[in-house]
Design a protein around this ligand. Structure first.
Ligand code: 2AM
Ligand code: CA
Ligand code: CA
Ligand code: CA
Length: 280
């Protein structure tokens, strides 16, 4: 029981199967969804495809593992209070699946091909499996705690840039225009002049997967939820990178303000955000 690795192969197989199935179905709905709803504002979208993807993943997981717990974005009321509560009530469960059925819904709605399915399994609050699937490129990112991270079955390693100056860094523009967006705009203003260049592609999960794959040197964003980060954090860690909150404390499921990187320029990025008053 104190060896969470036992059985993790079948956990991983189920996670992969769910992500691939949902992702392929999502792509059949690109440009063909029928209901677009606003959650909090015109910046916060949900479609029936988000809900359908979550339903598909949830029922497949619970068929295989009926005793496990499930936390999915679309099963939780919108807003930071509800998502914190939902995580708090479940994080001590023995096995908890944490699912974002489409990360990058705004992109999906606008047919900007950069979105993903994110599935993580936590054992007593610690992520042991992370899978992110990009259906546009048919790219499957998989990590198992202590066993490395893979894309297309090939081991991933973070990039080697040592300084912000040589780094390609991504961030996100939060949907929360009241609080998180102004904070992150300060971060953008501070970081953009210091890095090689900045990318804002609209999927936190894929940005994390790209840090793991060495395609980005680092990523930060303010105001995210557990389902945006759980799988990606394990991918980055298992690829040799570093994941903390914006104050430099180690990643855990409750982290909302995240910095993920190749490890080398991590402290420089975190310090730049802190100095700019952009740590959230
Ligand atoms: P989503 O597409 O699953 O909603 C882009 O900056 C990132 O922010 C995406 O990963 C997106 O995930 C997430 N996001 C979108 N709306 C959000 C909200 N209201 N609160 C927190 N994160 C959000
Ligand atoms: Ca959403
Ligand atoms: Ca998300
Ligand atoms: Ca989502």
């Amino acid at each position: 029981r104190n060896e969470p690795v036992v059985g993790s192969k079948s956990f991983t197989a189920v996670a992969i199967n769910c992500a691939a199935k949902a992702g392929q179905w999502i792509n059949t709905k690109l440009g063909a969804y029928s209901s677009l709803n606003l959650k909090y504002s015109s910046h916060d979208l949900v479609t029936e495809v988000d809900k359908g993807s979550e339903k598909m993943i949830r029922s497949l997981i619970l068929t295989h593992f009926p005793t496990h717990s499930f936390l999915g974005e679309e099963g939780v009321e919108a807003g930071p209070e509800a998502s914190t509560k939902a995580l708090e009530s479940l994080r001590d469960e023995e096995y908890l699946w944490i699912v974002d059925p489409i990360d990058g819904t705004t992109n999906f709605v606008h047919e900007f091909p950069y979105y993903a399915v994110s599935i993580a399994l936590a054992h007593k609050g610690e992520v042991i499996v992370g899978v992110i699937y990009d259906p546009t490129r048919d790219e499957l990112f998989v990590a198992e705690k202590g066993k490395g991270a893979y894309v297309h079955g090939k081991r991933m390693l973070v990039s080697k840039e040592q300084t912000l100056r040589d780094s390609l860094v991504a961030t996100g523009f939060p949907a929360d225009h009241q609080y998180a967006l102004p904070v992150n705009l300060k971060g953008v203003q501070a970081v953009a002049p210091q890095v090689r260049n900045l990318r804002v592609a609209g999927s936190a999960a894929l940005h994390m997967a790209y840090v793991a794959a060495g395609r980005l040197s680092g990523f930060w964003e303010i105001g995210l939820n557990s389902w945006d980060l759980a799988a990606g954090a394990l991918l980055v860690q298992e690829s040799g990178g570093k994941v903390t909150d914006t104050s430099g404390q180690p990643y855990h499921l409750g982290v909302r303000n995240v910095v993920a990187s190749n490890g080398h320029m991590h402290d420089e990025l975190t310090a730049a955000l802190g100095k700019a008053g952009a740590a959230g």
